[in-house]
Design a protein. Structure first.
Length: 260
C-alpha cells in the first residue's frame, strides 16, 4: 500500500471529518494518515531563513510550505520502511470526483522521468487548456491522449500530488529542513517561497491534463479572496467530467476506462 498523507489544521474540524469520510475509499491502494498542519504559532517557532525575493510571504503561506515539508519528511520515513519509492500528499479540501482510483495506475500512466505528479490545479484557464488542447486536441473520437503535461507557473496548487521518495529526500536536503529542529533555509530558491514553486520548480513535475478532483467550497486558509477562482476551477472540472462520463461522448476518462 502506498502512503497517502493529508494535511489538516487542528482548528479545521469540518475538513477533518470530510477527509475521514472520503479519503479512505478514494483509492484502492492507499494507506491514509492525517498530518497536523503548521499553524501561525508553529510558524513563529521555526527558524526560517528566507531568500532575497522582494515579494513578501505571509504567515499563512509559510505555514503551508512548512506543512508540506513536514509531510514530505514523514512520507520519506514511512515509505522507506515499507520499501515504497513514492507517496502521495493532499490538502484537506480535496474531493476526488472519480473513485475508486489507483495510485499505481496513475503513476504507470506518467512519463518515465517523472519526479512529482500534480493531480489538481485551481487555475480554470489552465485546466480547460490542458483538457481541450492537450488531451482532446485531436478532435472528436481522435484525442491526442496527452494525459500529462510539463508543469508551468500557471498550474497553481499543492492540493494533491505524488512524489518520488528520492525527490522528497532531495527537497529536504536542499532546503535543510527539519521539523525536529524547526528550521528551513530557502536561500537557494530565487522566487517567492510558496509551496508550489518550492516543490515543483526544481524537479521534473507533470500536471494531469484530465481532471480527477475538485475542492470543497470553503474559504482558503491562506487566500480567502481566491474563493471565486476555486469555484471557477470546480465548475470547469465538473463540466469536463460530465463530458467524459457520457457513454456516447467523443472521449472517455483514461482512469475510468482502465477499470472497465
Amino acid at each position: 500500500m502506498t502512503d497517502l498523507l493529508w494535511i489538516n489544521l487542528d482548528k479545521d474540524v469540518a475538513r477533518k471529518e470530510h477527509m475521514n469520510l472520503s479519503i479512505n475509499t478514494a483509492f484502492t491502494d492507499a494507506s491514509c494518515s492525517r498530518i497536523r498542519a503548521c499553524d501561525p504559532l508553529d510558524v513563529a517557532m521555526y527558524d526560517i531563513i528566507d531568500n532575497d525575493c522582494p515579494i513578501p510571504v505571509s504567515v499563512g503561506e509559510h505555514g503551508c510550505l512548512l506543512s508540506h515539508m513536514k509531510c514530505i519528511e514523514m512520507g520519506i520515513e514511512s515509505s522507506k520502511s515499507k520499501g515504497n519509492d513514492h507517496f502521495m500528499v493532499t490538502e484537506d479540501d480535496i474531493m476526488f470526483e472519480i473513485s475508486p482510483l489507483s495510485i499505481k495506475s496513475i503513476c504507470d500512466s506518467a512519463p518515465d522521468d517523472w519526479e512529482i505528479l500534480q493531480l489538481y490545479s485551481n487555475n480554470a484557464n489552465a485546466v480547460l487548456s490542458m483538457f481541450f488542447k492537450d488531451f482532446g486536441g485531436g478532435g472528436p473520437g481522435k484525442p491526442n491522449d496527452v494525459i500529462w503535461k510539463k508543469w508551468d507557473f500557471s498550474h497553481w496548487s499543492t492540493a494533491a500530488y505524488i512524489i518520488k521518495v528520492s525527490t522528497a529526500e532531495d527537497l529536504v536536503k536542499r532546503f535543510k529542513f527539519s521539523s525536529t529542529d524547526m528550521k528551513i533555509d530557502l536561500r537557494c530558491h530565487s522566487m517567492k517561497s510558496v509551496a508550489d514553486l518550492v516543490l515543483y520548480m526544481f524537479n521534473t513535475t507533470y500536471t494531469l491534463c484530465v481532471p480527477i478532483a475538485t475542492t470543497l467550497d470553503v474559504d482558503s486558509n491562506i487566500h480567502p479572496e481566491h474563493i471565486d477562482m476555486h469555484r471557477s476551477a470546480t465548475r470547469s472540472i465538473r463540466s469536463i467530467l460530465f463530458r467524459l462520463k457520457k457513454k456516447d461522448g467523443p472521449h472517455s476518462h483514461p482512469f475510468l476506462q482502465s477499470r472497465q
